[in-house]
Design a binder for this molecule. Structure first.
Ligand code: UDP
Length: 392
């Protein structure tokens, strides 16, 4: 193992496990190829950026599946996060889960045959994450999962299926919180494949915090106090009756506190079907925002109502009260130590919680271990330790 690598964040026992992983068949003889990152959707870009920058001295490529493709969901993120254009875009936008996954697999199989990656790095829980881990496993390429081990326990969520399969097939499982390690070990993952590195999404937030703070002071035309809303989970927005219950609850909230609601494209189509037209002076409906503006809004908000995974984490880091309209969360640390409250699936439960926040009894919470802006450097040290990095 390379000597200069700073693995001091690992305990002696964890370093022993890393050595054992290095000696395992998948990692014993790195092929000298580039590291290849696979991304497809908005939350992936926020996770890719810190590791891409940390690995700047080394050979690396980025493949975008094209699941999210327009400026508001993809292009603006590459710009704000200082990421170059992807080396390859598979343009698989649209279609069913099976269509998207299958097309991504076909594109990746060809790309991996041409690139011969030393390892493939996948992020989070989207369809391209699943597709890449499957293709890599069949081509005997080491697969590294960043944000491994998260479990909602709800297999009705498409993301949960992606998490389960990706973790089963990946060779190195890098977790954002220690509950991830426990989940993976309970499922029988090899102990040497599981490493706690911290939350990479928070790296991006920490790096851009000065810009976010600046943007928070410059946001114009906003009410003094407002609730930020973001919703896109199929369980909330796909079914018209469920979405109608949510919009009714939002009408009640807006009567007390104005709402700012940047609408995800999936949700926009369903809201249009429903014909929801709240008063414009109480509810600001807009397009999805760029990352810096959106996190600035989180920072300025009285509270955030969401079903997003990443937003549960960002609000915990920012110490903003977060009301999550879901029955489960794969990020329990945001509830146990952070500012997140899991409301269940009844939107009528939002208002009573909001009233507590208005009366100064919002949940504050604390920032979890290793959510410190240095996760990408911990990952880099592990990849260097496994001799997977080649000078650019
Ligand atoms: N986000 C954004 N603009 C928006 C809404 C969300 O930049 O209008 C960011 C948010 O700050 C977080 C990420 O997108 O970094 C979360 O992505 P999303 O909610 O789509 O996915 P999930 O985390 O639920 O998988």
């Amino acid at each position: 193992m390379t000597e200069a690598v700073d693995l001091s964040f690992l305990s002696p026992e964890e370093r022993g496990l890393l050595e054992r992983l290095h000696a395992s068949p998948r990692f014993a003889a790195p092929n000298g190829g580039p590291l290849v990152h696979i991304v497809g959707a908005r939350p992936n870009f926020v996770k890719l950026a810190p590791l891409f920058h940390a690995l700047a001295p080394y050979r690396q490529k980025v493949i975008h599946s094209g699941q999210h493709y327009d400026r508001s969901m993809s292009g603006s993120f590459f710009e704000i996060l200082d990421l170059p254009e992807p080396d390859l875009n598979l343009s698989v936008a649209g279609g069913s889960h099976a269509e998207q996954t299958a097309k991504t697999m076909i594109g990746l199989e060809q790309a991996f045959a041409a690139e011969r990656p030393a390892a493939v790095i996948v992020y989070g829980d989207v369809n391209s994450t699943l597709a890449a881990s499957l293709v890599a496993a069949k081509m005997h390429i080491p697969a590294i999962h960043v944000e491994a081990g998260l479990r909602s326990g709800d297999r009705d969520m498409p993301e949960e299926i992606n998490r389960l399969v990706t973790d089963r097939l990946s060779d190195l499982l890098l977790t954002p919180s220690r509950d991830g390690n426990a989940n993976l070990l309970n499922e029988g993952a090899a102990p040497e494949s599981v490493m706690f590195v911290g939350n990479i999404m928070i790296d991006t937030l920490v790096r851009l915090l000065p810009k976010i703070e600046q943007a928070a002071t410059e946001l114009e035309g906003l009410p003094e106090r407002f609730v930020l809303v973001t919703l896109h989970r199929p369980s909330n927005v796909d079914d018209t009756a469920s979405l109608a219950r949510i919009t009714a609850a939002l009408d009640d909230i807006a009567a007390k506190v104005p709402i700012v609601f940047p609408v995800h494209p999936r949700t926009r189509a369903k809201l249009d079907e429903l014909g929801w037209a709240p008063p414009a002076d109480r509810v600001t409906l807009g397009e999805p925002l760029d990352y810096v503006s959106f996190v600035a809004l989180q920072k300025r908000s009285l509270a955030v109502v969401t079903d997003s995974g990443g937003v549960q984490e960002e609000t915990t880091f920012l110490g903003r009260p977060c009301l999550t309209l879901r029955t489960t969360t794969e990020r329990p640390v945001t509830v146990d130590s952070g500012s997140n409250i899991l409301l269940g699936d009844d939107p009528a439960s939002i208002l009573p919680e909001l009233e507590k926040i208005l009366s100064g009894q919002g949940k504050a919470g604390s920032v979890p271990e290793f959510w410190d802006g240095k996760t990408a450097y911990r990952i880099r040290a592990i990849l260097e330790g496994l001799d997977l990095c080649q000078p650019a």
